[in-house]
Design a protein around this ligand. Structure first.
Ligand SMILES: C[S@@+](CC[C@H](N)C(=O)[O-])C[C@H]1O[C@@H](n2cnc3c(N)ncnc32)[C@H](O)[C@@H]1O
Length: 229
């Protein structure tokens, strides 16, 4: 086992240990909305969360978001696969990539390059494994880039990021600045509590099957939104 390094969210998990854990605990599957994308997915959420804490000696760690293709990420991925011109030949950022579903979609749709960022080392490992499974290249980085200029990025995708008020406010303020300098920013969102109610352009709507393990219903009406430029 490699020496542990600390991720930006404080999880002391090395890349090698993260990859080994995901290979052992997650299975290869395809999200309902994007059958052309293979991912390492896991669950049930509570068992996986407990296993993560037991294996890595953690307490009060965040949920294993990385083990699921969230409705927002799936809708974004579907949108990009159906409208490849959004990313074709562009340098794409998948912000808060989780399992990597939107990053893989961007790469499959012909992006010039795809950078995927996360603060969870397990999500970075999951995204690297997703790139391998789908034979695409993704530069997955453990980093909190909120506030950075991202001059090297042409398009931003952000799936299911509006579920916590402080995080959403901080991230949306930054994404709005990127949109204002002419960088298209697309959000995938299934009606989370902190999605802004006004000023977004709706690009598409998808019905995404979900499980009661994660959500309070068996499907989520999920929209793809564009931030005003
Ligand atoms: C609900 S998950 C969505 C994952 C993925 N986009 C999807 O739709 O399947 C939200 C993710 O945001 C990540 N996250 C939270 N704050 C972040 C930040 N400042 N930078 C990057 N990722 C962040 C979490 O670690 C989590 O994996």
């Amino acid at each position: 086992m490699a020496a542990a390094g600390k991720g930006s969210n404080g999880l002391p998990i090395s890349p090698d240990d993260a990859e080994a854990f995901i290979r052992a605990r997650a299975h290869v599957d395809t999200p309902p909305l994007t059958p052309e994308i293979r991912l390492r997915l896991g669950g049930p959420v509570t068992e996986l969360w407990e296993a993560t804490e037991a294996v890595f000696g953690l307490h009060n760690s965040p949920p294993p978001y990385w083990a699921f293709a969230w409705p927002g990420g799936q809708a974004l991925a579907r949108h990009v696969l159906d409208h490849p011109e959004i990313v074709r030949g562009r340098r794409v950022l998948d912000f808060a990539c989780g399992c990597g579903v939107s990053a893989v979609a961007a790469a499959l749709a012909g992006a010039e390059s795809v950078v995927a960022v996360e603060i969870d080392p397990l999500a970075i490992a999951a995204t690297r494994l997703a790139a391998e499974l789908n034979n695409v290249t993704i530069d997955a980085r453990l980093a909190d880039v909120v506030g950075e200029a991202m001059a090297e990025i042409d398009v931003v995708l952000a799936g299911d990021i509006c579920y916590e008020r402080p995080m959403t406010e901080r991230v949306l303020a930054w994404l709005r600045r990127l949109a204002a300098r002419g960088c298209p920013v697309l959000l995938g969102d299934p009606g989370r509590a902190y999605l802004p109610r006004e000023g977004l352009e709706k690009l598409a709507v998808h019905t995404v099957p979900t499980t009661l393990d994660l959500e309070d219903r068996t499907e989520r009406i999920t929209s793809v939104w564009r931030l005003p430029g």
